[in-house]
Design a protein around this ligand. Structure first.
Ligand SMILES: Cc1ncc(COP(=O)(O)O)c(C=O)c1O
Length: 388
């Protein structure tokens, strides 16, 4: 792929040169000391990301177990649910987008499930969550940053309810961890899941899990699953190993990616992501477009993925062809939102210039599709937010 290609999809995201290079180093055995050293470095980097995801760099947790799973975030979501439940368990899920729905679908394979729903792109009702969770609830599972609609769900408020009933709390931070604040202890998160290929800017194929200190005792290793048994994974992680053959090149790539995050520092990284998301939102506004989600506090708009409604007069195919012609990739709507919205990611290691180029391409593609927008005004609005 030509170097000028700009990937602004909500995963996978562009990889640094060092991440790409390390993946082509000669192969070693996944049971060698060399691999254990690589995996230990990855765990150190993951510990930094999970435990320092605050705008000030203040610790957000300590003493838990960070590990990588040899499969994408959906495996991480399934491993978390499956390892905390038996078939008699009761799970409450929150669903206001595609990935909340995925948690419900996973949980139904393992336990009985109550789901609190809101329209895609709308805020969940905390009182409905309060009514759904009781002392019989074993697990509450939710998505923090709902990538399909570009909103940040109220994890703190739901975590408080889970804690009141001593339910385990599983949170998908797939498109927030590594790019936005994530307060593991304060929110009472027992297991957090993230993907390699999102804000961590690592290659697709792996996910990362953080099992909070104290949550390990709740992991069941007796029943299913076998391949995604978190108790087994966490036991092996103590020796810097994984239960089965590791995806050695991907582990190396993710190791370098998290070291790059540590070099930038989470406070600067969070500030940069928030600045870039503000710039994209300001440009959307300057183009006269509407953000897709309609958020009511404590729900907020995402700082990593911006979802905007396509004007009804614009043919989605024509708009995306205009983006392709500019060599910039963004995403469309998923499921019922196909053809109605577009989504722009600012996850990873993007520069202000990348964001400007994305904004310019969107304005150009809209103009080509017959919807006149002021590209200069959009760029000026973005510039006003991009300055650190
Ligand atoms: C919030 C969220 N959760 C889970 C997933 C699933 O990730 P994967 O398809 O890599 O398993 C995604 C993917 O976009 C996501 O955005």
């Amino acid at each position: 792929m030509d170097e000028e290609f700009l990937l602004l999809n909500p995963g996978p995201v562009p990889l640094s040169r060092d991440v790409r290079d390390v993946m082509s180093e000669p192969m070693v055995s996944h049971r060698s000391a060399d691999f254990e050293e690589t995996y230990a470095r990855l765990q150190d980097g993951l510990r930094y990301v999970f435990e320092r995801s605050s705008p000030t760099g203040e610790p957000t947790a300590a003493g838990g177990t960070p590990l990588a799973l040899m499969g994408t975030a959906t495996l991480g979501m399934e491993a978390a649910i499956a390892s905390l439940t038996t078939e008699d368990s009761r799970v409450v899920t929150l669903e206001n987008g595609k990935f909340g729905r995925r948690f419900s679908r996973i949980a139904r394979r393992y336990a009985s499930v109550d789901t609190v729903t809101a329209e895609w792109g709308e805020s969940p009702d905390i009182e409905e969550v309060r009514a759904a969770v009781d002392d019989r609830t074993d697990v509450v599972a939710m998505v923090h940053n709902e990538t399909s609609t570009g909103l940040l769900n109220p994890v703190a408020e739901v975590g408080e309810i889970a804690a009141e009933h001593d339910a385990r709390f599983v949170v998908d931070g797939v498109t927030s961890i590594g790019g936005d604040a994530f307060y593991l202890d304060e929110w009472g998160v027992d297991i957090a899941v993230t993907d390699a290929q999102k804000a961590l800017a690592a290659p697709p194929g792996l996910s990362a899990i953080y099992i909070a200190d104290g949550a390990e005792g709740h992991l069941d290793s007796g029943g299913p699953p076998f391949y995604a048994d978190l108790e087994w994974y966490s036991r092996k992680a103590r020796d810097h190993q994984t239960p089965f053959t590791s995806a050695v090149p991907l582990v190396r790539g993710m190791g370098v990616a998290v070291e790059e995050i540590e070099a930038e520092g989470m406070p600067d990284r969070i500030a940069r992501h928030r600045r870039q998301a503000r710039a994209i939102r300001a440009a959307v506004d300057a183009m006269g477009l509407e953000l897709f989600p309609t958020v009511k506090p404590p729900t907020r708009v995402s700082n990593t993925v911006t979802a905007a409604s396509l004007p009804t007069t614009v043919e989605a195919d024509e708009f995306f062809a205009g983006m392709d012609a500019r060599n910039v990739s963004i995403a469309g709507g998923q499921g019922p939102l196909d053809g109605d919205i577009f989504r722009v990611s600012n996850m990873g290691n993007l520069s202000a210039e990348d964001i400007r180029r994305g904004v310019g391409a969107i304005a150009g593609a809209l103009n080509d599709a017959g919807h006149g927008v002021d590209k200069d005004a959009a760029l000026a609005a973005a510039d006003a937010e991009l300055a650190p």
